[in-house]
Design a binder for this molecule. Structure first.
Ligand code: HPA
Ligand code: ZN
Length: 340
């Protein structure tokens, strides 16, 4: 490992945009399929990994939803969440905010209790075993209806105190934030933080809608905002965090190459950008790999990488007391002498 790799891996980082269903490594996917008698189209991890070639967001979502079928029991949800958190801890992540989208499971008759109990148990284990700070975000599918989203909100209310926020993912184009204005008002009224995917494949106007109509706390991705200078200025002035996922953008052909990724331009515009993993096995990397790949492709300086990590800590849905403690930890790490 080079000096810079060790430095980036050791940075106390956040992962604020990741999907539990998108974090199942191929080996575990096959193990869960066998355990639950689910037939997959691939029978080796290599074959499965070979299928991770996408033309766009929809081609990824097709595989992602197919992969969801291996998660059936409470134990499955616990195992997959535990595996991600262990890996994230080894990657230097000190604060992880995890999305899960219950609709993929409840539509198959899986009780919400199995999902919530399994995920929450693994989160509690990680707090104890790794000293990690972990939060859960419930995500709804934008390609389904607003009443469907309300049904999810009502189902998870018994766990209200265990959930930090509500998000939205799925097929973006044709499903603008405006479709969910009442839903996100209700989520905010019930005390949840909010973040929606916007401006990944969709236009800048979807980012604008997420801000003005949904009043979200964060934007997931947000790349397309650059097409609207007024929007960029407003996002920068209001310091609205954007949870950017560079390797995801590369693999879903949101950008033609990492060299052409707008991350550096977003930083130059004063946007509050953070770097995140999204769906790590599908896109080829956890947060460290994302940062290192961007460093290589965009020539990010050590200070720029530290800035991105600091932005993550500043954007996390934690108490101010916890944020200050995490920022002090980052400052102490950055001051340590580097070798190599
Ligand atoms: N976009 C939309 N929906 C998703 C994503 C994404 O990047 N990852 C998992 N669900
Ligand atoms: Zn995502």
């Amino acid at each position: 490992m080079t000096g810079i790799e060790a430095f980036v891996r050791g940075l106390p980082k956040t992962d604020l945009h990741m999907h539990i269903e998108g974090s199942i490594e191929p080996e575990l996917m096959l193990e869960l399929a066998a355990r639950n008698g689910v037939t997959l189209r691939w029978d080796t991890p290599e074959a499965l990994r070979g299928a991770y070639r996408f033309e766009n967001l929809q081609s990824f979502l097709d595989l992602y939803f197919e992969g969801c079928k291996v998660l059936v029991t409470e134990r499955d949800f616990r195992d997959v969440t535990r595996a991600y958190l262990r890996r994230a801890h080894e990657d230097g992540v000190v604060r992880a905010e995890l999305f899960i989208g219950p609709q993929s499971f409840t539509e198959r008759g899986i009780p919400i209790e199995a999902l919530m109990s399994g995920v929450l148990a693994a989160m509690e284990d990680a707090r104890g075993a790794h000293g990690m700070s972990v939060g859960l975000m419930i995500s709804v599918h934008r390609h389904r209806t607003e009443p469907d989203a309300f049904a999810v909100l009502n189902q998870v209310m018994p766990w209200k105190d265990d959930i930090i926020g509500i998000g939205m993912g799925g097929a973006e184009v044709g499903n603008p934030p405006s479709k969910f204005a009442r839903f996100f008002r209700a989520a905010r009224e019930r005390g949840f933080r909010t973040a929606v995917h916007a401006g990944e494949e969709g236009p800048a106007s979807y980012v604008r809608e997420a801000l003005d109509l949904l009043h979200v706390d964060r934007i997931d991705h947000g790349n397309a905002c650059l097409a609207d200078p007024d929007l960029v200025r407003e996002l920068a002035i209001r310091r609205v965090p954007l949870t950017v996922c560079p390797l995801s953008n590369l693999r879903l052909k949101v950008v033609p190459s990492l060299e052409e990724h707008p991350l550096k331009a977003m930083m130059a515009h004063g946007l509050h950008v953070t770097v995140n993993s999204d769906d790590p096995p599908y896109f080829g990397g956890y947060v460290t790999e994302n940062l290192l790949a961007c460093r290589e492709a965009l020539g990010l300086s050590r200070d720029a990488i530290v800035r991105l990590v600091r932005n993550g800590l500043e954007a996390a849905f934690v108490t101010e007391e916890e944020r200050q403690a995490l920022l002090l930890r980052l400052d102490a790490y950055v001051r340590m002498p580097v070798d190599g």
